[in-house]
Design a protein around this ligand. Structure first.
Ligand code: PEP
Length: 252
């Protein structure tokens, strides 16, 4: 049985004080037996890591290079030095607003694994692609290119998040059937690349307008091991509710 994951993506929100207060509020109220992760802005990662107890911490992006002339970038070695465990890679906001390609995402995944960070890879189709019945084609292409030449010692070293772009920050979540279909397909593609054992063990999340009202139904789908949550992860009460609902509803 795969350990469920509730990962919050704070994006560019929270001051240092707000982040610390969040961590102190959730620390001793998190459910056992699931991985609860918060991906915080890089400038406050050290403050958050220092105070996190059962909460795991991730970054939201990193450079594919370790150091050098990359003004404004975030070094994977510096993230590692900050003791974060996870890093979101290939989020659609990075792909669309900052021109990240599958090639750069691929380099970032390789570098993250090399330095000992666990990537949370985001993939997903646009509304136009879904309406043109191209969802599977897009997912397959992203998985193939993003993981090109990557080998894993352990399927737990990576998490894949299915995040349909039309559902992110829109309040319009995919239905649990749509999300399950896509996550199941992702598992099938991963099986063809890395083998059935890997595909059975890797955690696959759904992300896109997850909230306390829909997490239960999403989490009760066999191939959805949890959620990557933006807006609803910002409030500590809502984050705790999501974590507990995930634990209660995840039966697989
Ligand atoms: C996200 O940013 O990854 C996300 C899923 O955001 P939201 O939950 O706000 O749709």
């Amino acid at each position: 049985m795969r350990k469920p994951v509730l990962a919050g993506n704070w994006k560019m929100n929270k001051t240092r004080d707000e982040a610390i207060s969040f961590v102190l509020q959730v620390n001793d109220k998190l459910p056992k037996g699931i991985d609860c992760i918060v991906c915080a802005p890089s400038i406050i990662l050290r403050d958050v890591v220092k105070r996190a107890d059962n909460l795991k911490i991730g970054a939201q992006n990193m450079c594919e290079a370790e150091k050098g002339a990359y003004t404004g970038e975030i070094s994977p070695l510096m993230l590692k030095d900050t003791n974060v465990e996870y890093v979101i890679l290939g989020h659609s906001e990075r792909r669309t607003m900052y021109n990240e390609t599958d090639e750069t995402v691929n380099l970032k995944i390789k570098k993250a694994l090399e330095v000992g960070l666990k990537p949370i890879l985001c993939i997903g189709e646009t509304l136009e692609e879904r309406e043109a019945a191209k969802t599977e084609e897009v997912l397959k292409r992203q998985i193939t290119l993003d993981f090109k030449g990557v080998s894993f010692d352990d399927p737990l070293d990576v998490i894949v998040a299915y995040e349909p772009i039309w559902a992110i920050g829109t309040g319009k979540s995919a239905t649990s059937a749509q999300a399950e279909e896509a996550c199941g397909y992702i598992r099938t593609v991963l099986s063809s690349i890395f083998g059935p054992k890997f595909a059975e063990e890797i955690r696959i999340l759904y992300g896109g307008s997850v909230n306390t009202a829909n997490i239960g139904e999403l989490a009760s789908q066999p191939d959805i091991d949890g959620g990557l949550v933006g807006g609803a992860s910002l409030d500590s009460g809502s984050f705790l509710e999501l974590c507990h609902a995930l634990k209660t509803n995840r039966k697989y």
